[in-house]
Design a protein around this ligand. Structure first.
Ligand code: MFK
Length: 204
């Protein structure tokens, strides 16, 4: 995979220890019930399901549906990038700090047909200041299946005000976000319904 130096941590960058509250070995559940990536209430979303492996790495699955096609019978590349972004986002969510994707690099290795299930594994490779470096790999139809997609990303830590300033009024006004929090589905990462929830989540 060709990665730019923007998604490779500088030499010696530390990999953070798992947060003491990070779940281990349990389903994470959705961070937001209407999220296009993981929300169970999104009608055409990816419905990604994830497990925290060790508090820093995440395993996730995504099954390509009819609504995810680009070419007939094949997953749209943008949808696959979204699946990788979502799985990567679950890793920084475990760090208990608010992050957003700054840069996402994706290598499409194999065409992914409708009905295929991607087994995605993600991990953090280093954190420097506000920048978290991550990578992901998606294998087709089995945890040890052929690699179909690889991704690398730089996530940037933002203040909770980022979500209040840019997203206020758009999240959970109808209460939709309250149904799927991981706190109700296996002790996972904890769902949010609003930017205020997010603030409580990272600064309890
Ligand atoms: C409720 C829980 C939420 C979970 C959501 C999970 C979903 C999955 C994750 C997503 O998809 S998030 C949505 C998509 N991303 C965005 O909407 C982010 C939009 N961009 C921004 O808001 C800003 O550009 C950003 C916060 C990323 C950076 O702006 P800032 O003004 O805060 O930071 P700044 O520009 O000073 O950059 C900080 C550092 O990051 C670096 N950086 C920022 N953007 C970069 C970039 N694109 N590529 C490489 N480096 C980048 C930048 O060079 C700098 O490095 P240094 O500290 O070494 O100087």
């Amino acid at each position: 995979m060709n990665r730019s130096n923007l998604t490779v941590p500088p030499e010696g960058a530390p990999v953070p220890a798992p947060h003491p509250d990070a779940p281990v070995g349990v389903p994470l559940g959705p961070h937001y019930a209407r999220c296009f990536g993981c929300g169970p209430d999104h009608p055409t979303g990816l419905h990604l399901e994830a497990v925290s492996e060790d508090g820093l790495g995440v395993s996730a699955t995504f099954t390509v549906g009819d609504v995810h096609q680009g070419a007939p019978g094949l997953a749209h590349g943008g949808v696959l990038a979204t699946a990788m972004d979502e799985a990567l986002g679950m890793v920084v969510w475990l760090l208990r700090k608010p992050y957003v994707t700054g840069r996402l690099e994706t290598d499409y290795v194999l065409p992914v047909p409708v009905g295929a299930t991607l087994y995605i594994r993600t991990r953090c490779t280093g954190v420097v200041g506000r920048k978290a470096y991550l990578e992901a790999e998606a294998r087709m139809d089995a945890v040890d299946g052929p690699v179909a997609v690889r991704a690398a990303a730089l996530f940037v830590e933002v203040p909770v005000a980022h979500f209040e300033r840019h997203g206020a009024g758009t999240s959970g006004g109808d209460g939709a976000a309250t149904s799927g929090g991981a706190g109700t589905s296996g002790g996972g990462a904890g769902g949010v319904a609003s930017a205020a929830d997010l603030g409580r989540r990272v600064n309890p």
